[in-house]
Design a protein around this ligand. Structure first.
Ligand SMILES: CC1=C(/C=C/C(C)=C/C=C/C(C)=C/C=O)C(C)(C)CCC1
Ligand SMILES: [Fe+2]
Length: 533
């Protein structure tokens, strides 16, 4: 097991042809880009956590029924500095590193403290984001790296802070129909003013402003929400959108800024500055995209930890949103490399199972409603929202499905009522093999519709990304017209298991017929009964 998780991966610079089983439909053309950790050891030094590994970019180019794979390490400043020093010299999520052991550690720490928080890593290993025609490798710090989607070469480093006051930003932005990016970040620098910032990066330079060529310069703040706790803002990995609203969960899984400021001298990692406060509430912020203001009512639910929002929509004056939620933060604990060994089964007793939960939030709370009454009257959920004496609204979810992660929806249905969630069934095992890592839910996947699956050459099997890292799949084929041929309205959904097998390929066709392939992913049908074509 250690072999799968700890071993450094070799780049595959020349495209290599994959062996295809079945038949890839002629219309399926484009490139699937993937990101994830590929190197956990540099010289004699080793990262502590799976999320620390140096970013390895992957691409699957699908053309005329054939698939070509290639991979390349992101040449981040972090990568270059590490390789040059032949050891880890930049801190990551679970590993604190010391650039120069000869220098007086306290003078260094002092420099850091005077800036409150040290400069973060640009090892962008989590996802790929598209801004206009450009592609960026992303992490959750203020840095992202532009990449060439064809050659996987690393291009310029972009510092979010130049355009918007955020020190952290999510790796799961949203896109509107014009391709504008909507993302969120946290501003922790201005002491006493810790806030969450929702911002928009335009896909192209707005009309009449052509003198400033970079769309980045036109990034605008959509809305800022002050953090409940100024020294301890919430950690979040994604957020939700509907046609008119943004959903942000201020969960009691929080970063401690004072701990972060002293982490370097205390020789503690960033991860150790995160804590789950199970006795606290999770606040649900709803932001109206038209007024760019938060809805005034205070909505909350019980303590939980959410990494992935699935989808959200508006129905009869309510916001319905679906998330994968945990009872605690044991997921991050699980991915310490020290736990990913022979005793994985013992080590990985997750104290909570990822569960698909549906929440409903009433937008116009009835002033005459009795205290204690349920304000939700929509058909598509049994979730409740109880009116409280002080005007707050306590939301309780409907549990839709237990044991799944890495959710995706057909993005054409994002923000709208929808029927299917594509996800990996979670069975806790680190070996991405047929038997153990994904549980085929044949009941939900009509096998008769299987039309193809394909394997990478043997040498490439077992490569880098274990089941949970397929979290951040991003698809470049379907939404951009240049790379997309065939029926425009058909949307392929691809997932890659990390073993070299592209697992699910679902096709949502305009007439509502779904075609599937892949045995290891599952599709959960949401309780919505009509098909949205
Ligand atoms: C470096 C760094 C961070 C890195 C976080 C990472 C790398 C998170 C990865 C999360 C994933 C992959 C979640 C999947 O569900 C923090 C904590 C934001 C803040 C301080 C600096
Ligand atoms: Fe993710």
């Amino acid at each position: 097991m250690d072999i799968i998780f700890g071993r450094n991966r070799k780049e595959q610079l020349e495209p290599v042809r994959a062996k295809v089983t079945g038949k890839i439909p002629a219309w399926l053309q484009g490139t699937l880009l993937r990101n994830g950790p590929g190197m956990h050891t540099v010289g004699e030094s080793r990262y502590n956590h799976w999320f620390d590994g140096l970013a390895l970019l992957h691409s699957f180019t699908i053309r005329d029924g054939e698939i070509y794979y290639r991979s390349k390490y992101l040449r981040s400043d972090t990568y270059n500095a590490n390789i040059e020093a032949n050891r880890i010299v930049v801190s990551e999520f679970g590993t604190m590193a010391y650039p120069d052991p000869c220098k007086n550690i306290f003078s260094k720490a002092f420099t850091y403290l005077s800036h409150t928080i040290p400069d973060f890593t640009d090892n962008c290993l989590i996802n790929i984001m598209k801004c206009g025609e450009d592609f960026y490798a992303t992490s959750e710090t203020n840095y992202i790296r532009k990449i060439n989607p064809q050659t996987l070469e690393t291009l310029e480093k972009v510092d979010y802070r130049k355009y918007v006051a955020v020190n952290l930003a999510t790796s799961h932005p949203h896109y509107d129909e014009a391709g504008n990016v909507l993302n969120m970040g946290t501003s922790i620098v201005e002491k006493g003013k810790t806030k969450y910032v929702i911002f928009k990066i335009p896909a192209t330079v707005p009309e009449g402003k052509k003198q400033e060529k970079s769309p980045w310069k036109h990034t605008e703040v959509f809305c800022s929400i002050p953090s409940r706790s100024l020294l301890s803002p919430s950690y979040y990995h994604s957020f939700g959108v509907t046609e008119n609203y943004v959903i942000f969960l201020e969960q009691p899984f929080r970063l401690d800024i004072l701990k972060m400021a002293t982490a370097y001298i205390r020789r503690m990692s960033w991860a150790s500055c995160l804590a789950f406060h199970r006795e606290e509430k999770t606040y649900i912020h709803i932001i109206d995209q038209r007024t760019r203001q938060p809805v005034q009512t205070k909505f909350y639910t019980d303590a939980m930890v959410v990494f992935h929002h699935v989808n959200a929509y508006e129905e009869d004056g309510c916001i319905v949103f679906d998330v994968i939620a945990y009872e605690d933060n044991s997921l991050y604990q699980l991915f310490y490399l020290a736990n990913l060994n022979q005793d994985f089964k013992e080590n990985s007793r997750l104290t909570s199972v990822p569960t698909l939960r549906r929440f409903a939030v009433p937008l116009h709370a009835d002033k005459n409603a009795e205290v204690g009454s349920n304000l939700i009257k929509v058909a598509s959920t049994t979730a409740t929202a109880l009116k409280e004496e002080d005007g707050q609204v306590y939301c309780q979810p409907e549990f839709l499905y237990e044991g799944l992660e890495l959710p995706r929806v057909n993005y054409a249905h994002n923000g709208k009522r929808y029927r299917y969630v594509f996800a990996a069934g979670v069975q806790w095992s680190p070996i991405p093999t047929k038997e153990s890592s994904y549980q085929p839910l044949s009941l939900l996947i009509p096998r008769s519709h299987l039309f193809c699956s394909f394997w990478m050459p043997k040498a490439l099997q077992n490569w880098p990304v274990p089941p949970l890292m397929s979290i951040c799949t991003w698809i470049s084929t379907d939404y951009s017209s240049q790379t997309w041929t065939g029926t425009q309205k058909s949307r392929p959904l691809l997932r890659n298991s990390g073993t070299g097998l592209l697992t699910a390929m679902g096709l949502l066709q305009p007439d509502g017929v779904e075609v599937w392939t892949g045995e290891r992913s599952l599709a959960v049908r949401t309780p919505w009964i009509h098909f949205f074509g």
